[in-house]
Design a protein around this ligand. Structure first.
Ligand SMILES: C[S@@+](CC[C@H](N)C(=O)[O-])C[C@H]1O[C@@H](n2cnc3c(N)ncnc32)[C@H](O)[C@@H]1O
Length: 148
């Protein structure tokens, strides 16, 4: 077992899951703030230079998990680890956000898909070394093809 503590909290316009865009073509361009606790503020030094960040967070309003999930983008079930379902054995969320600005311990970002008050576990600069032509999208590409 591992012990973890939040480094901060997401401030988001979303207070209910129904407000968060989901399903085919959903766009995540809502703005929010990542409020980092004062004791961790020094850890933000030099973060301003990165345009995008990985936010690692906790699905704190989910109980339990399912090993098969039927995402809103498909009518067929898939293994939970082949989806972004919130109902997972370890309720960890991962979101890429655009960093718009920093005021001390507050990071203004675009692209939140978390509920207001979501605990943040970690931040990392978004860096991708995988060329777009090497990425495959598995069942998602098949589901999109069936719908078009
Ligand atoms: C499909 S998950 C994807 C989240 C993240 N981008 C990921 O891939 O891990 C997004 C959904 O999680 C749910 N959600 C967001 N914040 C949550 C929270 N704090 N606790 C429980 N569920 C949450 C909402 O229903 C939202 O539509």
């Amino acid at each position: 077992m591992f012990g973890m503590r939040p480094i901060g909290t997401v401030r988001s316009p979303y207070t209910e899951t129904a407000q968060i865009p989901h399903g085919p073509g959903a766009k995540h361009d809502a703005e929010g703030v990542l409020e980092i606790l004062p004791e961790f503020e020094r850890g933000l030094q030099d973060i301003e230079g990165f345009s995008h960040l990985f936010v690692i967070w906790v699905f704190d309003r989910i109980d339990g998990f399912d090993l098969l999930a039927t995402p809103p983008t498909d009518s067929r079930p898939h293994g939970v680890f082949a989806t972004r379902s919130p109902r997972r054995p370890n309720p960890i969320g991962l979101t890429v956000v655009q960093l718009l600005g920093r005021e001390g311990p507050r990071l203004r970002v675009r692209g939140v898909d978390m509920l207001d008050g979501t605990p943040i576990l970690d931040l990392k600069p978004y860096l991708s070394s995988v060329p777009a032509e090497k990425l495959t999208r598995g069942w998602l590409a098949e589901a999109e093809a069936r719908k078009s």
